[in-house]
Design a protein around this ligand. Structure first.
Ligand code: NAD
Length: 369
């Protein structure tokens, strides 16, 4: 079938010893960037995404179009569709899986808690069930989250810090993913690497994230809400630029142990690793807004609320020395530089005119990825 041809074609490596990678969540923010970067260096990349409507699906379709232009095909399917997953692994001997599909966001759990369980717990198990029995058995690198550190206050967070106090259902399902990974590694010898991302931002980003909707609202002259902790302290995040995260994902894939067993048989030595991928430099929301005001050339209407939002943690800060030791991970983009690139993409993509500083808005760029 034409569909099968697309699957084979895009997952065939273009360089000697190149990977054949299944990227789940490929139409998502991080997934689209990783897919492009892997394809550009000559790996075979097949995407999978259910194109759910958690946020603007036209943005997901635009990312898909960009991927198609570079030879990456995205199969429209849900992680929980086991027959289609099995079929993909029957057609393609994937060497690696980069698993980024998930129900993201903290607040949405108050509206739709089951979507977190379905994608982040059941969906992950569905994928691992197929991966553990595949021949060859692929190495799996998957997205966990800094949210597993929950109410920890001993900053910066190291991988060994406690993760038993999640502040949201999102965090709880990401933490569950780490425990589930442990069992698949233990029983089936599946090679698993978890990456705890810290507030990733950049071009083609997620409209549900603060830097994105602040930009939108500031440009439209709408007031923005700034939440503080009960004692009036600023909320701060270890904002990490997308290109740094992509490098971290690729570093984790490149150092993942190659599969030696297959057919669900235990093999060894089994590898289970978890790494922080952050920026090591937290920034308060006030500073974030100030940078955006400067870039957009508009003063924001700020509405300060001295009460944390449900599910939020006050502070995140990554120690990344483990990722540096094992695959040279070194974040190199500060927030002002990264936001400048985001704003440049935003004004190009949405065709925003006028007040945005000239050197950013011209020439408009839509294809930057
Ligand atoms: P995203 O929402 O843009 O991408 C996730 C993609 O997965 C979406 O395109 C969605 O349609 C797809 N998807 C969701 N459920 C699915 C399912 N059941 N079957 C198939 N596809 C499904 O999010 P993102 O920001 O790119 O995040 C990527 C990963 O990184 C996620 O696992 C997320 O939890 C994790 N993460 C992201 C951040 C961040 O700041 N962006 C921080 C920590 C962790």
């Amino acid at each position: 079938a034409a569909w099968e041809k697309q699957v084979r074609h895009s997952s065939t490596p273009r360089r000697p010893n190149g990977f054949s990678i299944l990227v789940t969540g490929a139409a998502g923010f991080v997934g689209s960037h990783c897919s492009l970067a892997l394809r550009k260096r000559g790996d075979g990349v097949l995407g999978l995404d259910n194109f759910n409507s958690y946020y603007d699906t036209s943005l997901k379709r635009a990312r898909e179009n960009l991927l198609l232009k570079h030879g990456v095909f995205v199969v429209e399917a849900d992680l929980n569709d086991a027959p289609i997953l099995s079929k993909l692994f029957d057609i393609v001997p994937f060497s690696h899986v980069l698993h980024l599909a998930a129900q993201a966001g903290v607040r949405y759990a108050m509206q739709n808690p089951q979507s977190y369980v379905a994608s982040n717990v059941a969906g992950f198990v569905s994928l691992l069930e197929v991966a553990k029995s595949a021949d060859p058995q692929p190495a799996v690198v998957w997205a966990s989250s800094s949210s597993v550190y929950g109410l920890n206050t001993d900053n910066p967070f190291s991988e060994a810090h406690r993760t038993d106090r999640p502040a949201s259902l999102y965090a709880a399902t990401k933490k569950a993913g780490e425990e589930i990974a442990h069992t698949y590694n233990h029983i089936y010898g599946l090679s698993l690497t978890g990456l705890r991302f810290f507030t990733v931002y950049g071009p083609w980003g997620r409209p549900d994230m603060a830097y994105f909707f602040f930009t939108k609202d500031i440009l439209q002259g709408k007031p923005i809400n700034i939440y503080k902790t009960h004692d009036g302290k600023e909320v701060a995040r270890d904002f990490t630029y997308i290109d740094d995260v992509v490098k971290g994902c690729i570093g984790a894939l490149d150092t993942a142990e190659k599969s030696t067993g297959s057919g669900g048989k235990k093999r060894g030595p089994a590898q289970l690793r978890v790494y922080n991928l952050g920026n090591t430099s937290p920034v308060g929301v006030g500073k974030l807004v100030a940078i955006l005001e400067g870039l957009l050339n508009v003063k924001a209407k700020k509405h300060v609320i001295t009460m944390p939002r449900n599910g939020d943690v006050p502070f995140t800060h990554a120690n990344v020395s483990l990722a540096y030791r094992d695959f040279g991970y070194k974040p190199s983009t500060d927030l002002a530089t990264g936001l400048r690139k985001f704003v440049k993409w935003y004004v190009g993509y949405y065709g925003v005119q006028s007040r945005v500083k000239r050197e950013i808005s011209t020439p408009a760029q839509q294809s930057e990825a």
